[in-house]
Design a binder for this molecule. Structure first.
Ligand SMILES: Nc1ncnc2c1ncn2[C@@H]1O[C@H](COP(=O)(O)OP(=O)(O)OP(=O)(O)O)[C@@H](O)[C@H]1O
Length: 903
């Protein structure tokens, strides 16, 4: 039976994702609505793959391993499942599913409650210039607030690059909630420096006054400044009674040694306080710059989104139920993948939702909570993932935790090899069992300092043995190594698939659709020709589509249908899903290059070259894991964060040699090093467990990243490549695709649907809106300027008579006393206009003493019913969010009258 509150903490390849899909399908078969199941992953790739896995499992249910598990979990009969499979699939494909990344989910929450953060709901998370803009704003702000000195001293005192300081600011910003309890005070560190130097001079006196002191001893106690003093190697010692000072040693020297160490320790601590004090001060400025950026440009990074959602949650305090009320109304079941990578902040945000479900007191009494993860695969500590969270969340929610003991992915040789390598390395490692049928497999550990050559030779030998090229993966440590491998393989005419080639936007079908959209937007014939070339069809003239009348998603769906672009089904589904996240055609066309969505794996050809981090959750028949091509750079992190379980206990400034004078710091450093080792072990564990049949590890003889594993050169099992029947592409069944529905803007700010045949031109409407925006205050004296701005921008698209007409309508508006009284208050104008002319959101929001007025301008009253519906939804949204009363008005600026309709 379904256990409502369940987690799987299990090793790689044991079927966690498998169980997640089983869970999802079991819920569907038991009657849960797909729109009420929230399934969160960490990457877009994982989200798309889960979606596809659900579809594929339903399509091939009778042949899938999942079937038995669904039967076990649901207690339903096989006949029932098979009879209902098509219905469940149809419902799934036609519902607003909620399978997405945790970042997208938070973005949806923020859109819904954006007014709490003084944001418009149409903020963007895509801008390619975001970091640069932030840096320039921050520097400006630093200069205005006279903090240049502070920034420079911080920069100098940490020996860091400016970009490192920037990274630190961001770290502090992300960890703001965890850092709250730690205080920093400015200190005078010179006293400690003087103190240390004066003890040093006493020490020097002792040594130099000893006639038998060696010249080395005398040189050892010379220091012209504090810095030189700190570089003395004898500071690492507990006593000076050793070779260098053998001839002049007295116990008084040790007393001085400890006094010097203490003074250095205090100086270091003071320096640390000053550093963090300055940093914290700058963090405020940094946050201010961030806020300015998202207020002015409506642009946010994902960490801003998480930060703001958290802030809203705290702001609402006990009222936070309100925040979740509307979400809860839609979410009945929560499924979380790769839970070990969840950060504390992310969990804090999810917690009220989980609490509601696990307490059984929400709207849905039968809600369920399910999460899977493997602490051994936690490799995102640098992003704030704290693996201890898994255990603590399970405890806190009284979650039933189960293990999965058998590896369903790999052959015996690989399972045994992994067990033998990690049993003594990873804490609490439980050896995995292997499937009965998995009696084969091959593992080779090969040492060759010519790593690239070896890797290419290995790939060639796999191919010669008949390996399917799409089933060979090469895992490397860095992107740069990936590029080198790619070049080396391509030089041998071996096809390669890398992250760039796997980008969705680089797939032919998607490229074609983008060209299609460009043609309809820009009107250049070249795009139309490109489109037909990419879909291998003969050119034929097309009528241009007006994006103000037809939704972007409909345009793309229309093109897929009209040109029968069904062969690349999964990529097209991914594309449809991805574009539903863009506000409008401009946002898509100007930012699609940053679209972080990868192509469906089944559609690509070549050896997969990817970093270990990117290989998480994936599996391949043949895996080659290679050593780093260059030396591992030393850790550059300036700050050490010391955690006790989930609590950030302390933070330290990394100072060279500090560990020999400060025990607390030395302990923290040790802990940090142990964690780094753990990270590396986990990364190797992830890498080795990706293989199904054959695993080859290529290592260097010196400075190998695998040194911590004590690997020995070996060959186990027999290298075999069974060439399987290639996936024959199935006929694509046209899907009735619907925009994935996350309950955000679409329900609050329903898209305006202007229909064909509007009698005034779209350009006319756009230009009129623009002029109204440019007007600023609603005063007649502003008309001339606003008109000029409008002509500047839209003059070329308008007839002279239309310009006059617009001016006349605006003048009439400003003479209308009812309008003037409605706009009496603080006015917030449509920000999305930056992206040109979007008519979708609230044109004007007026905050008055009584509440809010929402105004929507229209140049024609042909679609009054639609308009009223739309503005009503705005009113409802604003009232709900602000808890103040709101009134909606449609302002018709008609040819010869102003008509105001109150909704
Ligand atoms: N009960 C099962 N019966 C049949 N096949 C299974 C079962 N569980 C898992 N598998 C298969 O084993 C492979 C590994 O499963 P899955 O990817 O779910 O493991 P995982 O625990 O999520 O791994 P990782 O932690 O490495 O991401 C998949 O090919 C999956 O289809």
């Amino acid at each position: 039976m379904v256990i409502n509150n369940l987690a799987y903490e299990a090793s790689a390849g044991s079927g966690k994702t498998f169980m997640l899909v089983v869970r999802y399908l079991s819920l569907l078969f038991m009657g849960a609505k797909a729109s009420r199941i929230l399934a969160l992953t960490f990457t877009n790739k994982a989200a798309s793959e889960m979606q596809e896995r659900i579809i594929a499992t339903l399509e091939e249910l009778e042949h899938r391993g999942e079937l038995d598990e669904i039967l076990r979990v649901t207690g339903l009969s096989i006949e029932y499942l098979l009879e209902n499979r098509q219905r469940v699939l149809d419902e799934f494909l036609n519902s607003h599913t909620k399978i997405m990344t945790i970042d997208s989910f938070f973005t949806k929450i923020l859109r819904k409650f954006s007014l709490y953060a003084s944001l418009m709901p149409d903020f963007s998370t895509f801008s390619s210039q975001h970091e640069l803009k932030l840096l320039s704003r921050f520097l400006k702000e630093v200069s205005i607030t006279n903090q240049k000195e502070r920034l420079i001293s911080l920069w100098l005192s940490s020996n860091k690059r400016l970009s490192d300081i920037f990274e630190l600011l961001d770290e502090f910003y992300v960890k703001f909630a965890e850092l709250k309890h730690i205080e920093f005070k400015k200190q005078n560190i010179e006293v400690f420096e003087e103190e240390a130097l004066s003890y040093m001079s006493e020490l020097k006196t002792i040594v130099t006054s000893c006639p038998s002191a060696s010249s080395t001893a005398i040189k050892s106690v010379e220091a012209k400044d504090f810095e030189e003093l700190c570089s003395k190697s004898w500071l690492e010692r507990e006593s000076l009674d050793y070779r260098t000072f053998a001839k002049c040693y007295t116990p008084a020297m040790d007393e001085l040694l400890h006094k010097i160490k203490d003074a250095i320790k205090n100086q270091n601590r003071g320096r640390e306080q000053n550093f963090f004090f300055s940093l914290k001060g700058l963090v405020d400025t940094y946050i201010k710059s961030k806020k300015a950026l998202y207020m002015d440009d409506n642009e946010l990074s994902f960490s801003d989104v998480t930060y703001l959602v958290y802030q809203i949650l705290k702001l609402l305090g006990d009222d936070s139920e309100f925040l979740y009320f509307r979400l809860d109304a839609q979410i009945e079941h929560i499924l979380l993948d790769e839970f070990q990578d969840t950060s504390i902040l992310q969990y804090e945000i999810l917690k009220p939702l989980i609490d509601e479900i696990t307490s059984g007191e929400g709207i849905f009494k039968n809600g369920s909570f399910f999460f899977v993860g493997d602490v051994k695969q936690s490799i995102y500590r640098f992003r704030g993932g704290v693996s201890a969270l898994f255990e603590s969340v399970a405890r806190e929610n009284s979650t039933h935790v189960e293990k999965l003991l058998t590896n369903y992915r790999s052959q015996r040789e690989i399972v045994s090899f992994v067990n033998s390598v990690f049993i003594d390395k990873i804490k609490n490692y439980t050896p995995q069992l292997y499937r009965e049928a998995a009696n084969y497999g091959y593992v080779e550990v090969v040492q060759n300092d010519e790593v690239l050559e070896e890797v290419v030779a290995q790939v060639k030998s796999l191919l010669a043995l008949g390996a399917d090229i799409d089933e060979i993966a090469l895992l490397c440590a860095t992107n740069r190594d990936g590029s080198s491998v790619k070049e080396a393989l391509e030089a041998e005419n071996i096809e390669v698939v890398t992250e760039t080639t796997t980008k969705l936007i680089n797939q032919n079908s998607v490229k074609a659709l983008l060209e299609y959209l460009k043609f309809h937007y820009f009107g250049e014939a070249i795009y139309a020709h490109n489109f037909f070339a990419l879909i291998s069809q003969e050119f034929r003239p097309m009528c241009r589509i007006d994006f103000n009348r037809v939704e972007l998603l409909q345009v793309v769906k229309g093109a897929i249908r009209e040109f029968s672009l069904f062969s690349d089904s999964f990529n097209l589904l991914r594309f449809l899903d991805a574009i539903s996240r863009y506000n409008d055609i401009e946002a898509l066309l100007f930012e699609y290059e940053r679209m972080d969505v990868s192509a469906a794996a089944s559609e690509l050809r070549g050896v997969r070259v990817l970093t270990v981090h990117k290989s998480k959750g994936l599996e391949y028949e043949h895996v080659i894991v290679m050593d780093r091509l260059t030396k591992t750079p030393p850790s550059r992190e300036a700050v050490i964060y010391e955690y006790d379980g989930l609590t950030l206990e302390n933070i330290y400034l990394r100072i060279k040699g500090r560990e020999s004078v400060d025990e607390k710091y030395a302990l923290a450093l040790l802990k940090e090093k142990a964690l780094q080792v753990e990270d590396s072990l986990n990364a190797h564990y992830v890498a080795f467990t990706r293989a199904r049949e054959n695993l080859i590890v290529v290592l260097k003889s010196k400075e190998s990243i695998f040194d911590i594993l004590d690997l020995r050169v070996q060959k186990n099992g027999v290298l075999k490549c069974t060439s399987k029947e290639k996936n024959i592409k199935k006929e694509f069944i046209p899907l009735e695709y619907q925009e994935l529905f996350y309950g955000t803007q679409s329900d609050i700010l329903e898209l305006e649907k202007e229909q064909e045949g509007d009698f005034v031109s779209i350009n006319f409407g756009i230009a009129m809106h623009y002029m109204l925006e440019m007007l600023g205050e609603f005063k007649t004296k502003n008309i001339a300027n606003a008109k000029d701005s409008m002509i500047n921008k839209y003059g070329a698209l308008l007839q002279e008579s239309e310009i006059k007409d617009i001016q006349k309508r605006v003048e009439m508006l400003l003479e209308n006393s009812e309008f003037i009284s409605i706009v009496d208050g603080v006015c917030y104008r449509e920000k999305a206009l930056r992206y040109k002319n979007s008519l979708r959101y609230i044109d004007l929001l007026v905050r008055s003493k009584e509440g809010y007025n929402i105004l929507d301008y229209k140049s024609s009253n042909l679609y009054m019913y639609e308009h009223v519906k739309q503005v009503r939804s705005y009113v409802k949204a604003v009232e709900e969010i602000t808890k103040k009363s709101a009134l909606g008005y449609i302002i018709y600026l008609l040819e010869d009258e102003i008509k105001i309709v109150k909704v």
